[in-house]
Design a protein around this ligand. Structure first.
Ligand code: URA
Length: 278
């Protein structure tokens, strides 16, 4: 599988990525609706015109059938109710190294996960959830807002597996405490499972967790008096970092995208919310 790596020793001298605005807008800041639809990857511009004429497209909640209609990049454009991004959806798995920030832009100019893409991805992808600056491992990036929303929603049950290296051996009863739940300032946090990775080295612990809360793993160990000196995410859902050295990334295969969508569909937030009301 083809992977990508940016030369990490080289200072990042690439020009800033052109924003959606720069790439697509005419002088009045608007783009043609058929172009916006075509960029979403669902149809060619000609086919997009047919969809518009047939009344399948809404802009900010209003059906638009006028050919030549123009939209702002921030407008809510939908095809049969499904929100379009104005770009082809792309899905990337990265093996994040240390000292890289999980954000699209860092005002302090530190290296971000987007810098690691080395300008090779023209779509405006962003990370799904966060890894701390010094946490390494599997990170998903996409421009698919719907999948991001589903995978990062607090009700999401997407499993993540981490290997934590601690400052001292973890006591057996503390392994159990991870699973039984640990009181944190924002509520009780549970590991789905916790194991010693190596029976001869009890400072290395594998933790499976589905919470996506900020610093969750470090905070759980800190609450029991341990310091995490290394944290590596080895799995996000079914994605791992096999054949993906640190700092490298690759596009997901069609099969993986399908699987990811299926997983996201297993926690349809809107349906869950509806179910709660009944
Ligand atoms: N938990 C943490 O403490 N840090 C991470 O980066 C991810 C999970």
């Amino acid at each position: 599988m083809r992977t990508h790596k940016q030369n990490s020793s080289k200072k990042n001298t690439k020009p800033a990525r052109k924003s959606f605005k720069q790439q697509n807008q005419s002088g009045d800041g608007l783009i043609r609706l058929n172009k916006f639809i075509a960029h979403s990857g669902i149809a060619s511009r000609r086919k997009a015109d047919e969809l518009i004429k047939a009344g399948f497209i809404t802009v900010n909640g209003q059906k638009i059938t006028e050919l030549g209609y123009k939209v702002r990049p921030t407008d809510d454009v939908r095809f049969k109710g499904k929100k379009l991004t104005g770009e082809k959806p792309v899905y990337i798995v990265m093996n994040k190294p240390k000292d890289v920030i999980t954000t699209v832009y860092d005002p302090q100019g530190r290296r971000t996960v987007i810098d690691l893409l080395g300008g090779k991805v023209k779509e405006r992808v962003y990370p799904v959830g966060r890894l701390d600056r010094n946490t390494t491992g599997v990170l998903l990036l996409t421009n698919d807002g719907e999948i991001t929303r589903k995978l990062t929603h607090p009700s999401s049950k997407v499993p993540k597996v981490y290997i934590a290296t601690l400052n001292r051996p973890l006591k057996k009863r503390d392994i159990q405490r991870l699973v039984d739940g640990i009181e944190l300032e924002d509520g009780k946090a549970f590991a789905d499972s916790a194991v010693y990775v190596d029976p001869d080295d009890k400072t290395k612990v594998g933790v499976e967790i589905h919470s996506g809360k900020y610093h969750i793993v470090r905070r759980m160990f800190a609450a029991m008096g341990y310091k995490v000196i290394k944290l590596d995410r080895i799995k996000f859902a079914f994605l791992d970092k096999k054949d993906l050295p640190r700092g490298q990334w690759r596009f997901l295969t069609q099969k993986e995208i399908g699987f990811l969508k299926m997983i996201a569909g297993q926690q349809p937030v809107s349906l869950k919310e509806k179910a709660k009301k009944h």
